[in-house]
Design a binder for this molecule. Sequence first.
Ligand SMILES: *[C@@H]1O[C@H](CO)[C@@H](O)[C@H](O)[C@H]1NC(C)=O
Ligand SMILES: *[C@@H]1O[C@H](CO)[C@@H](O)[C@H](O)[C@H]1NC(C)=O
Ligand SMILES: [Zn+2]
Length: 426
Amino acid sequence: RSCLKTFLCICSCMSLPDFCNSASSQQGEVESGTRRKLNRLLSFQRFFHASRLLRGLASHSPGSLHILDNDYLGQAAHMLSKVETWNFDIFLFDRLTNGNSLVTLMCHLFNVCDLIHHFQLDMVKLHRFLGMVQDDYHSNNPYHNAVHAADVTQAMYCYMKEPRLAEQLTPLDGFLGLMAAAAHDVDHPGVNQPFLMKTRHHLASLYQNTSVLESHHWRSTVGMLRESGLLSHLPANISQDIEQQLGSLILATDISRQNEFLVTFREHLDNQDLDLQLASHRHFMLQIALKCADVCNPCRDWELSRQWSERVCEEFYRQGDLERKLNMEISPLCDKLTDSVPAVQIGFISYIVQPLFQEWQRFTEPSLLSQMMMSNLHKNKDRWSRLWCVHAASETQPHSEDENKWIRRKGFSTEVDGSQKLFAQS
Ligand SMILES: *[C@@H]1O[C@H](CO)[C@@H](O)[C@H](O)[C@H]1NC(C)=O
Ligand SMILES: *[C@@H]1O[C@H](CO)[C@@H](O)[C@H](O)[C@H]1NC(C)=O
Ligand SMILES: [Zn+2]
């Protein structure tokens, strides 16, 4: 027990954001390596817990990290029986599973989609892999944490169940969609790409200032896949293909590429030439579905949506505070003194979410879910507008949520196309 306490203490001391360590020197590399090892040890704990949880056993041993009540497990199981409902409360689910929402949700979805049987997956390896993914999310990020990953996974599942898609998706598509959703932000440092570039973070040079975070999420996922041996029983060309497709899906979540995807999506819809019998077209639609799932917060019920909005701004403001401390220019949307939650949300909805979901609604012809999402989107936007009026009235100098901010957010890249907007919420 005291051993465990020591580990926890060390971990909480070392849970500083990565960039604090590694911006400075090689020593940072060592520290972040140590942190990783500690994470692994903890992930082993979680693995034990997760496997007990999934067998329906609460862990009652005194001194256990996770004392779960059968009541909670019962409620979590009840929630899972309605996992495809759009107002699924992932925050509640995370509390009921004692912070294991991602592992628990993924195991459930792999079961209901029959993926374990289809790919002959080893349950021990699957738990090990999912535990690693969950633990490599930074729980101290207000937004980019494992709950966001679980939320995106739940949305992705809803989108893959859309009749137009569900009829055509193969087990491999289902596997790729869920895996990409679960891992798409793994080890996110809680700051955006421009910040990594200007602090000369090693990841920025490693990935040459292009899709820096997304490349890291993907390469980390591949690392964990190999470390867990989850796919080691499959022929090499198949597991390589899976790794490549996961990369293409995760890289599609780079919001600075939104325009590129939107243009292609619109063309397909205008020409009515999507043929979902073609693997390449199904892959494209998985990319779009994942992009939608990643930015779907404003399409949820207000109560859920509002919590995500506050969390994402909190993360932006933390970056802004850090920039202020380091005497750097404060990034767009990151200044707690001038950027308000309503203004950020109105811009995000107008320039990113609405354009994407308009096309998604067309694709689903439109489904009940799409209609519900669009209705929530409009309601939430109106609500933020009213709140913004109140906020702006109380300011001496009202600031606008002009499009320029969204363009500037793309930051330091010189090849910025003025029509593209970057938003690091994804
Ligand atoms: C990445 O961006 C930084 C900051 O703008 C710059 O100094 C560096 O040369 C860039 N690196 C590459 C590989 O383009
Ligand atoms: C893998 O190789 C086998 C035969 O060696 C082939 O039939 C199969 O199509 C290949 N699969 C992929 C995804 O490349
Ligand atoms: Zn994301």
